[in-house]
Design a protein around this ligand. Structure first.
Ligand code: ADP
Length: 377
């Protein structure tokens, strides 16, 4: 700050013989003091303000009130001890650059101020400069509250995952196995309608299991930080193709991987889940009359890497490009294409956990190209 404590003092009590140079300096300095949005002042060792600049009027007190009241009276009762100790230190000639306390305004509201201060034993005062940080603190507190709420939500989701895995899966396993037993033992012995009903029940129980498993995977991604290992996407894709081999063979899909694929920083398991969902979808959402062709490639960009999984399948209406990444969002009847509607929501979560993003470029009937962008480490 260009204004020194001593200059402030000069304005208050000019002791020189009216030398024009000093008067001019004093005028400049008093104008600068008037301009400052920060609270500038000189607090005397006697406990009273000696000088305050016009910014203090933001507290709603007149100059006279400020001058006539012990300055500690303006300080929030809980902050007085800290202020007293700091002033005692400053009185020895010390300085502080980051000290905060609350001051009471004339209307009773307290404002947080961040001070830098310098004590001057020869002037018998402490020179202070304070910035009102109330709004910033409120914003920080709001952010902290939101982070805490988010954290709580995550914990709740984790608890849900636990309930889903232990409390729901277990009875579901029992329902499924007895239904399957019924199906095996009594198929053909009851009438056709009974066989059909048992078939529906078995199908429903299996779907519920798929949903629970997917939800579990989704909530686990939320509760674990993405790792920070160097993950070779080439290896990830190779592993996924192995896992999906039966579905690929069954559909007759042709999969081309444009080598080399890059490495990204992250979690190999989660990246595997992401790639697996995209390739499985590319296999699944094909026209019934022909096998799909799928290309996995990567593009080096200025600030990151882009992985693309492209297919020549049924494509997606551009109006639905955002919707498909939402939880449970599906564009087709289950009889047409099976699924839980969680896969792409999971992919988005994993991409975002890796500091990246995911989107699709597609048109109905013209194939889809899913793009995943990862930032450069
Ligand atoms: P699911 O595959 O279980 O239905 P997803 O979340 O993986 O759920 O996908 C959501 C929806 O997005 C799908 O139901 C489908 O309508 C659409 N979709 C996803 N991938 C493709 C694709 N490669 N081609 C066409 N549509 C797709």
């Amino acid at each position: 700050m260009p204004i020194t404590g001593r200059a402030t003092h000069l304005v208050v009590s000019p002791t020189t013989e009216g030398s024009s140079a000093i008067t001019e300096t004093a005028t400049h300095e008093s104008r600068l003091l008037a301009l400052s949005p920060d609270l500038l002042g000189a607090a005397g060792f006697d406990g009273y303000f000696k000088q305050t600049n016009p910014a203090w009027s933001s507290l709603g007190y007149s100059d006279e009130q400020l001058r006539a009241t012990p300055y500690i009276d303006f300080v929030h009762p809980s902050d007085r001890e800290g202020v007293g100790a700091t002033v005692a230190e400053l009185a020895q000639g010390g300085r502080v650059d980051e000290f905060s306390c609350r001051l009471r305004r004339a209307d009773g509201e307290y404002r947080w101020l961040l001070w830098s201060a310098h004590g001057s034993p020869e002037d018998e005062c402490v020179y202070i400069a304070g910035k009102d940080i109330t709004d910033r603190r409120q914003l920080e507190q709001e952010l902290a509250r939101r982070a805490e709420r988010l954290e709580r939500t995550n914990v709740e989701l984790q608890e849900f995952a636990y309930i889903a895995s232990h409390d729901l899966s277990e009875p579901l396993r029992m329902v499924t196995s007895y239904l399957e037993l019924l199906q095996r033992r009594y198929a053909g012995q009851l009438d056709d309608t009974a066989d059909e009903f048992i078939g529906f029940a078995v199908g429903g129980a299996r779907r519920m299991k798929a949903l629970i498993d997917d939800l579990l995977t989704y909530s686990r991604v939320g509760s674990h930080e993405a790792g920070t290992a160097d993950v070779d996407l080439g290896e990830v894709v190779a592993d996924v193709l192995q896992i999906l081999q039966p579905a690929i063979a069954e559909s007759g899909a042709e999969v081309e991987v444009v080598e080399p694929l890059p490495c990204v920083l992250g979690d190999a398991v989660q990246l595997g889940q992401l790639v697996q969902n995209l390739i499985a979808n590319a296999v699944k959402f094909r026209p019934p009359e022909r096998p799909p062709r799928i290309v996995v490639s990567a593009l080096d960009e200025v600030d990151g890497t882009r992985l693309t999984v492209a297919d020549d399948g049924i494509g997606i209406d551009p109006d639905k490009h955002e919707q498909i990444f939402k939880m449970f969002a599906r564009l087709h009847a289950r009889e047409q294409y099976d699924g839980t509607g969680i896969g792409l929501a999971l992919c988005r979560r994993i991409a975002e956990r890796h500091g990246g993003r995911i989107w699709v470029e597609s048109n109905l009937g013209a194939g889809s190209a899913f793009q995943v962008w990862f930032p450069r480490p």
